[in-house]
Each structure stands twice: as C-alpha cells, then as structure tokens.
Design a protein around this ligand. Structure first.
Ligand SMILES: *Cc1c(COP(=O)(O)O)cnc(C)c1O
Length: 417
C-alpha cells in the first residue's frame, strides 16, 4: 500500500499507530469557517473534537491579528488543555449538563466567567460557586429546540434531552437567575444539530434558531449580550473527501441578523458559533501498521495495530457514524476486513473495504482522522499504549507525544496521594 513519502518517513521514525496533525491545515480550516460566518461573529472551538494543545493553539493564534477561535470546554481536563494552548479563560465558554460544584469552583478560580446552563440546579450551582468567590458569573440559557426540519415557530420544542431547558421552562429559569446571587443572565445558547453537509438545511436551522431566540428574548426580557447559535459544520470522518462548503451562509445569515438583531454589528449581542470537526478533521491522518493478513472462511482479514481503542471508539458504541474507514493509497486489488488488535469482534474499522494487496509491515493511511480520534476512543480497553501524536507545520515536526494513563492510588481516607 503506498503511503506518501512524508507519512512513510514519520511512521518509520515514530512507529505505528501514529496520528499526524497538520497545523497549517488546522489554520486553513479556521480561516475557511471564519470566511463562511457573518463578519464580526465569534467562533468557539469545541475542544472535545481534539484537545491536543498544539491543535487548539493553532486555532487560537492567527497570523494577521484577526480574532482566532475561543475555547468551548466541558471539563477540568479540557480547561487545562485550553489554558495550555494559551486561551484566555475569560473568553472560554463552559458547557455541559453535569457541571459539579467542584469543577465550577475550579473553573472560576482559573478565570472562566461564562457558563452555559442546562437546568435550574445548574444555575444555582454556578451562582453559589461564583458568590463564594465574590464573583458574578455570566450565564447563558441553553435551549433545547427542535431542528428546523420539525417546523417553525416559537412554540415548538425539541426531543427529550439532557441538554438545555425546554422552552416552556425558560420563564422559571429567568426568574431563578434574577434571584440568584453570583449569577447574571447574559444570553442564550443553542446547539440543535451536528455534521450538516446540506447548506440549505443548515441555513434554515440558523434562521429558525435566530427567530426563536429573538422572539423568546423579547417575550421573556432576556438580556442578550451573547447569543450562541450553535454549529453543525460538516467534515468527513475517516474517509476521503473534504470539508463541506457553505457559499451562501455568510450573506443569508448576515441578512437574517440585520433583520432580527439590528445592533448585532455593534456587538449587541455578540453573535457566536461553535465547531469541532470542521476545524480539525481534515488536518489529521492516522497511520496504521498491518500486523497480519489472514483468511477466515473465505474472507480476508487485515489485522492492524490500532482499532477502536484509538479511532472511532465512540462509533463502536453506536455514537457518531458507524466505524468504517476508507484508506487512501494505491489502486485497490481486492477487499479486506480491517480489524484492530483488540480481543473483541467489535474491533473492526471497516468491513470488506477495497484495498491494495496487503502484507505484514505495510502501513495504511486513514484520511480525515483529526476529529474524535484518541480522546473519543476506548483508549484503556485491553491496555495498549496510546498512539503517538505528531504535529507538523510547514512540513516540520512541531511536537511528538503520547497520552499516558496510569493508576493513581488514593489514601484510605480518599485523599490524593
Ligand atoms: C460536540 C459539540 C460541538 C462540536 O460538534 P461538531 O459536530 O464536532 O462540530 C459544539 N458545541 C457543543 C455544545 C457540542 O456539544
């Protein structure tokens, strides 16, 4: 199987399985998405897609002094990654349905000031953690709304979800916030869909969200300093191809914003969007070594040195897309089932995939593997070491590292040792 020379050299140097993240491509995706969104809007990078600090840093830094991405985080670990990447904690957005008092206090201590809240309990927790420190936290109300495909109008609600407030519970949330010391209502947060390749559908979704948000803000007197309209920008996952393109999105959304929120251009409210996969998927390549090739009941199996322990682990659990990679390389000469090294029949990255002749020692290239890789996989299952992750810029290696997990013992009283 042909691997491009650069990748072959890196696989030789660092061994496989190996992730290679091209930081120039990360920056290119960021610039492309910024050019797709209304000028002057903010863009949050959802660190869950790939929390590698070099990758996150490449999204924050811009060459021309333009605003880069802000960080959208959901745990102490993602906060640590964001800080390592140099993000300003005051501009981070902390989200998630299960924020504990401990992690909220920690985030506030480190300078995070904006939280997306999902329930009344959540609002109270944010408020008391902030008040304990003599602070006031900005709270967005996350709204569980139906997607545009389900119809239009303010009255509609989404499917049952652990995320966000149902629309009919917003008045209670607004009241709660008004009476909560340490919390200030600062706006609204929507994230109705993910991975929407169809431009018309995505634009309709944003228009719908915008209409609902402005109507609700007026009806319930929600002060909007920040309105996060969500994302849904699409990119391939472990198969060839490129990022989706949305040539009309900027102008259509700009028009919609001018209509519904005439002072948005002055930052009132600041409009924000979010993205994970679009920003990083195409910058990553996964190189997998072929350990063995065998035939079982007439089917060819290529056994690889990485499987759902390092890629598509969430797919293995029925999340995201079904795990089926399509390697790039020389012309296909037959088909093989690409199995990982784990002792479970579920460790398959692709069934009857068209590949060139494979032999032990060959290296397979999985394209567009920059999002939902290592951190979204079953890393500890069966105890293999995490893959090496190399970042490159201008063709030069910036860093090479490997996540390390080990058992940390606690004292009998529960304290860390
Ligand atoms: C997961 C998530 C994202 C990123 O989703 P992508 O499909 O990778 O763009 C953005 N915002 C929120 C709130 C999320 O939970």
């Amino acid at each position: 199987m042909t691997v491009d020379n650069r990748h072959a050299e890196l696989a030789e140097r660092f061994g496989t399985p190996l992730y290679v993240f091209d930081l120039d491509e990360v920056a290119a995706a960021r610039d492309e998405l910024r050019a797709t969104l209304p000028e002057g809007s903010a863009l949050y990078y959802a660190l869950k897609a790939n929390p590698h600090p070099d990758v996150a840093r490449a999204l924050r830094e811009t060459a021309d002094g333009e605003e880069g991405c802000r960080a959208e985080i959901s745990s102490s670990g993602e906060l640590a990654a964001a800080l390592e990447a140099g993000f300003d904690p005051a501009e981070c957005l902390y989200t998630g349905p299960g924020k504990t008092t401990g992690e909220l206090s920690h985030a506030l201590e480190l300078g995070v000031r904006t939280f997306s809240t999902d329930s009344v309990t959540d609002v109270r927790r944010v408020g008391s953690a902030a008040a304990d420190r003599g602070l006031v936290a900005d709270c967005l109300l996350r709204v569980n709304s139906a997607s545009a495909a389900a119809g239009t109008g303010v009255r509609m609600t989404g499917r049952p979800s652990q995320f966000g407030f149902d629309v009919e519970n917003l008045p209670e949330a607004v009241r709660e916030l008004a009476g909560t010391r340490g919390a200030r209502l600062a706006g609204m947060h929507y994230f109705p869909l993910s991975n929407a390749a169809d431009e018309e559908g995505l634009v309709a979704e944003f228009q719908n969200t915008l209409e609902q948000a402005t109507a609700l803000a007026e009806e319930l007197e929600i002060p909007l300093s920040l309105l996060d309209l969500g994302g849904g920008f699409s990119a391939p996952y472990g198969v060839p191809g490129g990022r989706a393109s949305y040539p009309k999105l900027r102008s259509e959304l700009t028009t919609a914003l001018d209509t519904h929120l005439p002072s948005w251009r002055d930052g009132s409210p600041r409009i924000a969007f979010e993205s994970g996969r679009f920003l990083v998927a195409c910058a990553g390549t996964l190189l997998l070594g072929v350990t063995n090739v065998k035939v079982g009941r007439g089917r060819t199996f290529a056994i690889l040195d990485g499987g759902i322990n390092i890629f598509g682990g969430m797919s293995g659990l029925g999340r995201l897309l079904p795990a089926s990679v399509l390697p790039e390389g020389g012309p296909a000469t037959g088909t093989a089932t690409l199995a990982g090294p784990l002792c479970t029949p579920g460790d398959v990255l692709g069934r009857d995939v068209e590949v060139a002749d494979l032999a032990p020692g060959d290296v397979l290239t999985v394209p567009n593997a920059g999002a939902y890789g290592v951190s979204a996989s079953l890393l500890a299952f069966l105890g293999r070491p995490a893959p090496v992750e190399v970042t490159v810029r201008g063709g030069e290696v910036v860093s090479a590292s490997r996540l390390d997990y080990r058992r940390a013992y606690l004292e009998p009283d529960g304290a860390a040792r």
